[in-house]
Design a binder for this molecule. Sequence first.
Ligand code: SAH
Length: 245
Amino acid sequence: MCAAGCLNPRSHDDERIRKGPDFPIQMNNRIAGIGMTSQRTRMRMIERLRDQGVKDEIVLNAMAEIPRHIFVDEALASRAYDDVALPIGFGQTISNPFTVARMVELARGGRILNKVLEIGTGCGYQAAVLSRVAREVYSLERLAGLLSKARVRLRDLGIRNIKLKHGDGHAGLKDKGPFDAIVMAAAATHLPEMLAEQLCDGGRLVLPLGTREQRLVLVERNGDGFTQSVLDPVKFVPLIAGMST
Ligand code: SAH
């Protein structure tokens, strides 16, 4: 399909992604959850996502597997499966489950993904979901404090196919690309061309675009050309230039 390192359906083990990566999520009582954080509560969230129009079973399976309550403060754990955005510290938020599902579904576009880049690791939840639908995930975060907490959570869950990096997502990760998909978890004011250039042929970039009024935008690469579709209204924290501790 495109240059080395990208989507190659013939050499790719579809089944492995369909069933999830080889290494299962490591379970203990806290991770498995009880009551408002139990698997049953998680499955109710999945049913709600279906009702809201999420159709991609691979995405739904991924979200059924990842314990969202582990990614928020313990005091908020009982709300982790509600359809709300939640604070994750440092003035940032984790998107509501529908927005995560929608973005990952758009990024996948029904394909098996090899390499994916996320801009804005935050608490690490979306990266964890991506780790179940892609072979390799890179995630960039500008705030070192959030990144180190995400690193501990992902390690505790036994997720090993995510590489977290401290950096400004505006530039992407040229040396690790090209990517089958790039997902931005913070709103840009204009289309970041440098990121679009890091897509494979056939690759997809999903991002919130705008300031007060924001829309989800899907950019698809076809050879040297790009098509852009403007989709749902959304509300994200802004993409901010530079790094911080
Ligand atoms: N995907 C995240 C959502 C995080 S919110 C999750 O599942 O929790 C958006 C994140 O983008 C914030 O953590 C913010 O610090 C980060 N961010 C904002 N501008 C950035 C930039 N230029 N580069 C990297 N990360 C950025």
